[in-house]
Design a protein around this ligand. Sequence first.
Ligand code: H79
Length: 429
Amino acid sequence: MPATRKPLKPQDDQQRRLAWFRDARFGMFIHWGLYSQLGRHEWVMNRERIPVAEYEPLADSFKPGKWPARKWAQLAKEAGQRYMVMTTKHHEGFCLFDSALTDYNAKRRGPGRDLVAEYVEACREQGLRVGFYYSLMDWHHPDGARCARNEKARRRFVDYIHGQIRELLTNYGKIDILWYDVNWPLSPEGWESERMNQMALELQPDIIINNRNGLPGDFGTPEQHITPEAAGRMWEACMTFNTSWGYTPIDTDYKSARHVVEMLRQVAAGGGNLLLNIGPDPLGNVPAPCPSVLRQVGAWLQQYGPSVYEATDPFQGEWLITGAFTRKGDTLYFHCNRWPGSELAIGGLVCEITSARLMGGPKVKFRQVKDRLVLSGLPEKAPNPLTTVIELGFKGEPRQVLGAGHVVIDKDPWAAPTRKPAAKKTKAK
Ligand code: H79
């Protein structure tokens, strides 16, 4: 007799669906659309008040090169990224996928082909998980704004949006992430967001869904900042490479590899993921310096991967000018991004050290006197110019205690600091 499996409780099913994502750590975000041709930010239609009729011809002049997604996926793989999320439709309303619900789409207009299908195939070739970004807000659909004031318009628009999500989750095989964006101008009730998520889970029982249709979904999405969610709740920080999401060649302040590595440490410490964006040009080329920076990060991850992929949970809130930590069990990974020379001192570690080495390299001499740890005999120059990781082993889970006062722990340096019993509050009468 076939075993009948009991359905999991909703929270257990959520944990099951999230399992791969908790370990993923690093993904590639792609913003690509008609705005890429103008090169002045993905909000250009709105920011410059371009009338719909004037913007629409961009759908016909959009002529991407041959299968650019393949290059993106190769680059993601080289960078150590484990998943991708691409804009299937941004706020401009143009669909990169073939849709029966509008002809404002890549198959029927300039590109003449389904760019989402190409993207999905490219991800699969590289063994990357596949995410679909889909903007609920739509500046092109005639009901996209008036749906807030007109029930007939709302009905049509919500049917359109649900219908497109159905298409996306039906026509491309297994999809791993549904990444909604901007839910202006409706409430979750107006969007029928509960039903939207139910439909997604019926079509794709393993999918994870973000929180941008107004419901909590499966994970939080801090944008342009790295802020962990409440304990237990999964989150993913989405960050731009320069300051725009869409291709914007006049916006030239790109993050360095060292900066990306520090962001990876931060998300690791907080138990989240980093979704780092690139905005390809209209042909699909990735602007310099992104490919080179991503390859540097990938090489760095080859050497130091476990200190971000497998480590989390730092002790909270202490800073050092020389770097910062991640932790896995009894091991600390010190991400040294300002190399001090042959000696490195770390204050406040309240646990007995047993070993120190350059991660993946030679052992390092150490001495530990109470809460002052000094590593010595280090190379004068940083072994890795981006960030060098030093692996420190301890007897038990290390913690760091560094107050503002200069109080050296002088009793039992390896024990937890003795806490004074909380002074009893005497209520003022
Ligand atoms: O796709 C990228 C951005 O274009 C997009 N999200 C990332 C991933 C983004 N769009 N808007 N924002 C981020 C900022 C949010 C603006 C909003 Fe609003 C505030 C949306 C709803 C309230 C502006 C003001 C639009 C409606 C009212």
